[in-house]
Ligand binder design. Structure first.
Ligand code: ATP
Ligand code: MG
Length: 308
């Protein structure tokens, strides 16, 4: 659905996006991650046909972003990182304006506006002026606008940055809904823990270069090499350590008080065999869990903190 080949943008002497190759498939939610100045917004703007690439190629749903500008605009919903202010316009008028710009017939607009207001929880603000909305509400309105023409591909540039915790959780659910509806979503964000919850693929950029891209699980696997199981026991910790050390697939066992951190191979399909072995050996197990994949760890390991 989204493909870039050697996509490059140079501003003066600065290469903001440096030969970027991306491939995002239908139904993917792709998390676009990178430190400030990495080139995320620049990339998204090129995909949205708002700025011209210096070099390289990009297409969305098979439409070339340089040649088929109108087609690209029809299939994408673009949400910018900053929301422009529209004075003297009510919320519904704002949406109506964009719906009209997308050439949606006036007879269908009222229903669509109601639907997107409902979806973004703004129904109660329908007749308020846009400039009177809070930042988070403006952001939601902007998201509502992104959906009016029912686009196949959503390009969202830090869409959740101004939302309160409840709105964020709701936003996450909304994205999952949209994914179920078959939309393809590219979302940039700094809130990594949030991304790991709903993105199936990610790409990490730094200084305009793509450092790594692919399925979240594959990336963690490649980087981490092992999985970590955290076990809590009551009583004889040493006995537990001995049992764990004797099991196949266990790489290392690190006790710390009554907690034991076990590194296991990825090939060990079902870590519950460790639990069974401990219980069979008479150890009382009070906690047993696999450490969650942590995008923050991945991000810190891959990026060097170099700011453009
Ligand atoms: N219009 C412009 N003219 C000159 N330089 C620009 C322009 N737009 C962006 N840049 C530069 O390009 C680089 C990439 O910026 P970009 O906004 O794409 O980063 P970003 O990854 O979106 O960062 P952030 O996380 O802060 O939003 C930065 O060094 C920025 O200063
Ligand atoms: Mg940005």
């Amino acid at each position: 659905m989204i493909r870039t080949i050697n996509l490059t943008k140079i501003f003066g002497t600065l290469t903001a996006v440096d030969h970027l190759d991306l491939e995002i498939n239908e139904g993917d939610i792709f998390g676009f991650i990178g430190p400030n100045g990495a080139g995320k917004t620049t990339t998204i703007k090129m995909l949205a046909t708002l700025i011209r690439p210096t070099d390289g190629y990009a297409e969305i749903c098979g439409f070339n972003v340089l040649r088929d500008v109108d087609d690209v605009k029809r299939v994408i919903g673009y949400m910018p990182d900053f929301f422009g202010v529209y004075d003297d316009m009510k919320v519904w008028e704002y949406l109506d304006f964009f719906a009209a710009a997308y050439r949606i017939q006036s007879s269908r607009r009222a229903q669509i506006i109601n639907d997107v207001l409902e979806l973004t929880d703004l129904t109660g603000k329908r007749d308020d002026y846009v400039e009177s909305l809070s930042r988070g509400m403006k952001q939601r309105l902007c998201f509502a606008k992104t959906l009016v023409h029912d686009p196949k591909v959503l390009l969202l540039d830090e869409p959740a940055s101004g939302l309160d915790p409840r709105a964020r959780i709701e936003f996450r659910e909304l994205l999952k809904e949209l994914r179920k509806m078959g939309k393809t979503i590219l979302i940039s964000s700094h809130i990594l823990t949030e991304l790991s919850d709903f993105c199936n693929t990610i790409g990490i950029v730094e200084r305009g270069k793509l450092l790594v891209a692919g399925a979240v699980d594959d990336i963690t696997r490649n980087l981490q090499g092992t999985r970590v199981i955290e076990i809590k026991v009551k009583g004889d910790v040493q006995r537990a350590v001995d049992i764990l050390n004797s099991k196949d697939g266990v790489r290392s066992v690190e006790p710390d008080g009554d907690e034991i951190c076990v590194n296991i191979d990825f090939e060990l399909e079902d870590p519950s065999v460790l639990m069974e072995a401990l219980i069979a050996g008479g150890v009382k197990v009070t906690g047993f869990s696999e450490k969650e994949v942590n995008l923050e760890d991945i991000f810190m390991r891959i990026t060097k903190g170099a700011v453009q």
